[in-house]
Design a protein around this ligand. Structure first.
Ligand code: SAH
Length: 356
């Protein structure tokens, strides 16, 4: 790596934005052996320690230089809340004052971390509060990794086995940083989480889905569908005007073919909007013959007072109707509702406070 590039990285970047090889290059450029990079990675990734001064097996000179020229752990926990069901939510303050949330969701032998990829969101889905206050900025890979490390080391669960990019933001709109974060989550010297335990959820950005298909990653892809016809989907998700449902399904089929990986379609059920049996039949029809899964999510009503979830029996009937098409379909149980950590709720309370 050229000298200047190394200096730039060391001066301007969060150490958690670097992979093991890049950090080793920085250390070597300082005239020190590369094994120190491994030590630093062990402190950060295995122990969740970001404070260079606490890295007691590093030479003092190296610790001082790291403190002066680098950063690690750039965000602060502003608030944590724990649900009766064990779900725990972290509100983080970023270096520039932006706020994001991440959630730890323990369930039968696994702990899933739901992490944010952007501060706010550009896409303004009608039922989701993440976009209700506009878009502020992309998160860096280091910041996303930090969310995951806080969940693993500072949550009551003290564990993190799965990661879903389902917090605020559209991960594929922050493609490079998210892919970098995915690789660090997956790396042996990083968080060492198996690729099949990492899920990217997208609102359906077709060019990025095509690009993702060529990455050679074994990750899970979830696609937020939420409607089975163009008109309804455009009304719920403005992104559908740019990337229509028909083209999106075709891109997902191509993704399945190219990667061999199954796609999961997320479908938020909204009473009187997309939850009728006719809607269920339409969904079954557009997915017929496609080796995929459907995940139904009863709406967590808060973004638009005019929207509500269907009742239990309507939800069950919808599920049954979709199942007739042969597509595996499940209903997702809401978690962390009492602490405003459920789907689509992230960051809303804080923003309301700020914007009020
Ligand atoms: N932008 C990405 C990831 C964030 S949303 C995407 O669109 O997939 C993650 C999931 O939460 C999506 O399936 C989204 O539709 C769902 N969600 C958002 N708001 C919700 C709400 N109010 N109730 C239930 N699910 C919601």
């Amino acid at each position: 790596m050229p000298e200047q590039k190394i200096a730039e990285i060391a001066m301007t970047r969060d150490i958690m934005d670097l992979d093991a090889e890049q950090l080793a290059s920085v250390i070597v450029s300082w005239g020190l052996p590369r094994f120190h990079a491994k030590q630093i990675f062990t402190w950060i990734y295995e122990r969740g320690i970001f404070d260079f001064d606490a890295m007691s097996d590093l030479p003092r000179g190296l610790r001082r230089r790291l403190i002066e020229e680098c950063s690690a752990g750039t965000m602060r926990i502003e608030e944590t809340r724990r649900s009766v069901d064990g779900t725990e939510k972290f509100l983080f303050k970023l270096v520039d004052g932006g706020m994001i949330e991440a959630v730890s969701i323990p369930a039968s032998g696994r702990v899933t971390g739901c992490i944010s990829s952007q501060v706010g969101c550009k896409f303004a889905c009608r039922f989701c509060v993440s976009g209700a206050f506009g878009f502020q900025r992309d998160l860096s890979a280091g910041e996303m990794i930090e969310e995951a490390l806080y969940l693993r080391h500072r949550s009551a669960a003290q564990s993190l086995t799965h990661v879903v990019f389902m917090g605020s933001g559209e991960p594929l709109d922050n493609y490079d940083n998210v892919l970098r974060a995915v690789r660090m989550l997956n790396a042996k010297h990083g968080l060492n989480i198996g690729a099949r335990r990492i899920t990217i959820s997208t609102n359906g950005l077709i060019p990025q889905i095509r690009r993702l298909a060529g990455e050679g990653l074994q990750i899970e892809l979830s696609v937020s569908l939420h409607a089975a016809d163009e008109r309804t989907r455009s009304a719920l998700m403005p992104v559908n005007k740019r990337y229509p449902l028909k083209d999106l399904i075709a891109a997902c089929r191509a993704y399945r073919q190219k990667t061999g990986r199954q796609v999961t379609f997320e479908y938020v059920l909204i009473r009187g909007v997309n939850s009728s049996l006719a809607d269920a039949r339409k969904l079954g029809t557009i997915l017929r013959g496609f080796d995929c899964k459907v995940n139904l999510i009863p709406l967590n009503a808060q973004a638009d007072p005019g929207l509500a979830a269907p009742g239990r029996s309507e939800t069950a009937a919808f599920r049954q109707e979709v199942a007739k098409s042969g597509v595996p379909v499940t209903v997702r149980q809401p978690r962390g509702e009492d602490i405003e950590a459920a789907c689509g709720q992230l960051r809303a309370r804080h923003e309301r406070r700020v914007c009020a």
